[in-house]
Design a protein around this ligand. Structure first.
Ligand code: NAD
Length: 260
C-alpha cells in the first residue's frame, strides 16, 4: 500500500472494525485520512490517528450531507486524488434492535436506511470522482442481511440493501477501473455491536458453532480489507466476502458442539 492514500470512515474507538483495518493498512504503508462523528468521538479518534501518522482527521456525520461534501472537498484540496475508501458506518435505534422486525417504525426504518445503506452510495459517488483506475472501495456488512438473526431486525434489511448497492456500484464504476466490495465479519464486540439485544449470546453462539470454533479479531478483518483494497485482488469486484470463521456455511450446529 506504499504510496496509496485512502479515507477511513467509522472509527469510534480502538475496538472499532475500522480501526483494525486502519492499522493494518498503515502497517503496509498506506497514508490514511479519518472521519469521526461528533466531537466526543473526535477526542478518541485523534490520538489513534496520530499513532499511525494520519495527516487528516475530519468531522463528518453522514446524516448531514454538507459534512460529507466538505470531507471530499478537503480531500480534493489536500491530496488531489484518492486510492481507496472504507465505509464502516451503521446505526439504528437500539429500541428496535430487539423484539419483532414487524414493529419497526417508519422513522427509524428511514434513518437506518440513510445512515447504514444510502450513505455508502453517497460516499462512493464522491470518492469515485477523485479516483483513477485501480481505486478500491469497501463497506462493512453482516450475515443478518440474508439470514434471520434474532434482534438484528431493520439492520438486516439495511445490510441487504447495502449488499445490493455494492453490486450496482461495482457495475457502475467497473468500466472506470474502480472496484467495490464488502466484508461480512462475524460478531465483534464494538459500540455498534453492543446496541443489538442479546449481542453477548450471539457472540458466544457463533464462537461455539462456527467451523473454526472462535470469533474473528479486528486485525483479521484488517487482513481481508488489505486484500480487497490492494492489488492482490485486482480481479475482484461486487463481492461480499465473509470473515466469520466460516459461520455462514453452517446449516445446523454440530451435535458435539450442542452437547457442550
Ligand atoms: P463501531 O461502533 O466501532 O463503529 C460504528 C461507526 O459508525 C462509529 O464510528 C459511528 O460513529 C459511525 N456512525 C454511526 N452513525 C453515523 C453517522 N450518522 N455519521 C457518521 N458516522 C456514523 O462498531 P463496528 O462494529 O466497528 O461497526 C462498523 C461497521 O461494521 C458497521 O457497518 C457495522 O454494521 C459493521 N459490522 C459490525 C459487526 C460487529 O459484530 N460489530 C459485524 C459485521 C458488520
Amino acid at each position: 500500500m506504499q504510496g496509496r492514500r485512502g479515507l477511513i470512515m467509522g472509527v469510534a474507538n480502538d475496538h472499532s472494525i475500522a480501526w483494525g483495518i486502519a492499522r493494518t493498512l498503515a502497517a503496509h504503508g498506506a497514508e490514511i485520512a479519518f472521519t469521526y462523528q461528533g466531537e466526543a468521538l473526535g477526542k478518541r479518534v485523534r490520538p489513534l490517528a496520530d499513532s499511525i501518522g494520519a495527516s487528516l482527521v475530519l468531522p463528518c456525520d453522514v446524516e448531514d450531507i454538507a459534512t460529507v461534501d466538505q470531507t471530499f472537498a478537503t480531500l480534493a484540496e489536500t491530496w488531489g486524488g484518492l486510492d481507496f475508501i472504507v465505509h464502516a458506518i451503521g446505526f439504528s435505534d437500539k429500541n428496535e434492535l430487539k423484539g419483532r422486525y414487524a414493529d419497526t417504525s417508519r422513522d427509524n426504518f428511514s434513518r437506518t436506511m440513510v445512515i447504514s445503506c444510502f450513505s455508502f452510495t453517497e460516499v462512493a459517488k464522491r470518492a469515485a470522482a477523485l479516483m483513477q483506475p485501480g481505486g478500491s472501495m469497501l463497506t462493512l456488512t453482516y450475515g443478518g442481511s440474508t439470514r434471520v438473526m434474532p434482534n438484528y431486525n431493520v439492520m438486516g434489511v439495511a445490510k441487504a440493501g447495502l449488499e445490493a448497492s455494492v453490486r450496482y456500484l461495482a457495475a457502475d464504476y467497473g468500466p472506470l477501473g474502480i472496484r467495490v466490495n464488502a466484508l461480512s465479519p462475524g460478531p465483534v464486540r464494538t459500540l455498534a455491536g453492543a446496541g443489538i439485544s442479546d449481542a453477548r449470546l450471539m457472540f458466544n453462539f457463533q464462537k461455539r458453532h462456527a467451523p473454526l470454533r472462535r470469533t474473528v479479531s479486528i486485525d483479521e478483518i484488517g487482513g481481508s480489507a488489505l486484500y480487497l483494497l490492494s492489488d492482490l485482488s485486482t480481479g475482484v469486484t461486487g463481492e461480499i466476502h465473509y470473515v466469520d470463521s466460516g459461520y455462514n456455511i453452517v446449516s445446523m450446529p454440530h451435535p458435539e458442539a450442542l452437547k457442550t
